[in-house]
Design a protein around this ligand. Structure first.
Ligand code: G
Ligand code: G
Ligand code: G
Ligand code: MN
Ligand code: NA
Length: 254
């Protein structure tokens, strides 16, 4: 299978790159953090999005080395921006289910923190609700170890899986990202508005931050801001952009 064999050499041939999408503080409408999103610059094809290749990497296990590369590259990027005199913002890196359950993950993260010197408070991991619900006590153990390193954790695609509220309380998670499926029709759908309001209320009572994903219109933004949603992310503010463009969004330190 041609796609898979090209993917096998992509890491060695330096064909992966990171793009960054702003997460906005709704109180100030200013940049709060950046989500890190992987892209594959496939020779002769162009830029390929993760939906086309992450499932293959998950299937054949390559997600482990590629995912480790993403974490390392994100930390290096953060340190490069710091050296350029730019004010650092937290970077939110996605962890896939298989990567999350791999026994090498925690030692690899520890190694990357040491090698790059990044402040762990500038790193966040996003884990999907479905991945979190899969493995019970082992999941709690890994989350605990990551949390103990000072790295924040958030639940991605919230609302699309089946989380037990009892479990949610036990996870050392600081943030919930409302899946964009609930944001898309916010202006038309009273049902979606009710769901989003319920997620925000739940998050407030568990003292979690909330990010709305897929914010595309001023209407979405106004409803979310007025509804008490602290953070927003989506095409209204920016698409994911390459590192050079993301650097332009960062404040220069005096
Ligand atoms: O970048 P885009 O918005 O097209 O991302 C599509 C999907 O791929 C999203 O679900 C996103 O979480 C996932 N994704 C993007 N980058 C990474 C990555 O580095 N690792 C993992 N595991 N998933 C990623
Ligand atoms: O699944 P996850 O949330 O990690 O991935 C984010 C994905 O959502 C990326 O593929 C990104 O390109 C996409 N995305 C980001 N903002 C928007 C948006 O406003 N609308 C839509 N439809 N997709 C978005
Ligand atoms: O790279 P990204 O995952 O953001 O792109 C996902 C898809 O959404 C691509 O097909 C891209 O062309 C498209 N897209 C890019 N910007 C916008 C936008 O502002 N609004 C919407 N609805 N789609 C967009
Ligand atoms: Mn994500
Ligand atoms: Na999501």
């Amino acid at each position: 299978f041609e796609l898979e064999s090209s993917l096998r050499s992509a890491l060695a041939h330096n064909e992966f790159e990171l793009h960054f999408q702003p997460i906005i503080d709704t109180g100030t409408r200013r940049l709060h953090s950046l989500e890190v999103l992987l892209r594959w610059r496939r020779p002769g094809v162009g830029l390929v999005g993760p939906d086309k290749f992450i499932p293959i990497l998950e299937e054949n296990g390559l997600i482990v080395p590629v995912g480790e590369w993403v974490i390392r590259r994100a930390c290096e990027q953060s340190m490069e921006w710091k050296r350029q005199g730019l004010k650092p913002v937290p970077l939110a890196v996605n962890l896939s289910p298989r990567q999350f359950m791999h026994s090498g993950l925690v030692p690899a993260i520890r190694r990357i923190l040491i090698d790059t010197g990044i402040d762990p408070a500038l790193l966040e991991f996003e884990i999907t609700e479905t991945a979190l619900m899969q493995h019970g006590e082992q999941t709690l153990d890994i989350l605990g170890q990551i949390n103990a390193m000072g790295i924040r954790l958030s639940i991605d695609d919230f609302g699309t899986g089946y989380s037990s509220l009892a479990y949610l309380k036990r996870f050392p998670v600081k943030k919930i990202k409302i899946d964009r499926a609930f944001i898309k029709d916010l202006e038309r759908s009273a049902e979606d508005r009710a769901i989003v309001a319920a997620i925000i209320a739940l998050s407030d009572s568990l003292q979690l931050s909330v990010v709305a994903e897929g914010v595309e219109t001023e209407g979405h933004y106004a409803l979310l801001r007025n509804g008490g949603c602290q953070f927003a992310q989506g095409y209204l503010f920016s698409q994911p952009v390459p590192g050079a463009n993301a650097a332009n969004l960062l404040e220069r330190l005096p």
